[in-house]
Design a binder for this molecule. Structure first.
Ligand SMILES: C[S@@+](CC[C@H](N)C(=O)[O-])C[C@H]1O[C@@H](n2cnc3c(N)ncnc32)[C@H](O)[C@@H]1O
Length: 275
């Protein structure tokens, strides 16, 4: 009898085979159109097939207690409700004392992180007026940058505000030293360029404590984030939370019933990264 993993792999390969077959037929019939859809095709293939990254079902996450979600729409640029729910399940499970979010935006996710934990939440964003090095930024990432007073608007009038520590700066140059080995959960959701994601991941590994989790948003959605996670998965265990755009790395923790190589030993988690 075929294992779940083999079945999933076969399904992914069959789907991709069909998609590519149609794409190549299109390439002959309409090369212009083919060039247009190529990036989307690549994105979809990446989303379906990402060797080296395990699959984890949302309900495999040991959830504890009810999750509070204020609205199903955080506004374009934030997380969708499925991703937010999965993230908050991790938070409810780990009961973090310190969370570090790289990429605040309007603070919709930040607010939910405090509402669903007792943690102090540190959240870093790059205001437009401090953005001096944007050569790698594509137009979508550019659109997400805002003036300082617009960042974190969502949580500004909430009574959870006291536990939110808003930080400003470019995550590639920010001094993470004061947070070294102290965070229980780190969320990476800032610039989506490959080099930025790798740089943010390096910093996340530095600030993560002995036991905890790193989550990447937009895995299996944006090509560069997926590529960066695939690269990182060569030196540390990373799982995709099925049905979401979240990838998860656990350090010093495991989820019972999962294959051992996708859960994190501290040693594996501290693997060296090369760009
Ligand atoms: C996708 S949004 C974050 C969404 C937010 N985490 C949420 O779930 O609501 C990306 C944010 O990252 C910020 N950003 C982009 N480049 C950055 C950098 N180099 N350092 C810090 N923040 C950055 C942008 O200003 C934007 O607010």
């Amino acid at each position: 009898m075929r294992s779940d993993r083999t079945k999933r792999l076969l399904r992914a390969v069959t789907t991709m085979g069909r998609v590519w077959q149609h794409a190549f037929l299109n390439a002959f019939v309409s090369p212009g159109r083919f060039r247009q859809v190529m990036p989307e095709l690549r994105r979809v293939c990446d989303a379906v097939y990402h060797p080296g990254i395990g699959e984890l079902k949302i309900f495999d996450l040991p959830g504890e207690g009810p999750i509070q979600i204020l609205s199903l729409d955080g506004g374009g640029g934030g997380m969708n409700s499925q991703d937010l729910y999965a993230l908050l399940r991790v938070v409810r499970w780990l009961k973090p004392r310190k969370i570090f979010e790289i990429g605040t935006f309007n603070g919709f996710t930040t607010a939910h992180l405090v509402m669903n934990s007792q943690a102090e939440v540190y959240t870093l964003d790059l205001p437009l007026e401090l953005a001096t090095d944007l050569v790698d930024y594509n137009s979508n990432d550019m659109k997400l940058l805002h003036q300082r007073d617009q960042i974190g608007m969502f949580y500004q009038n909430m009574d959870v505000k006291g536990r939110i520590h808003q930080l400003f700066g470019d995550s590639r140059k920010f001094d993470f030293a004061p947070y070294r080995e102290s965070a229980d959960v780190v969320l990476i959701d800032a610039c989506h360029h490959y080099d930025c994601v790798i740089s943010d991941s390096r910093h996340a590994l530095e600030i993560l404590g002995e036991r905890g989790a790193i989550l990447w948003h937009d895995f299996a959605n944006l090509i560069d984030v997926t590529r960066a996670c695939k690269h990182l998965a060569k030196v540390m265990p990373i799982m995709h939370i099925e049905g979401t755009w979240l990838a998860l790395h656990l350090r010093g923790l495991s989820i019972s019933g999962l294959r051992r190589d996708f859960t994190g030993s501290v040693a594996a988690s501290q693997g060296t990264l090369h760009g």
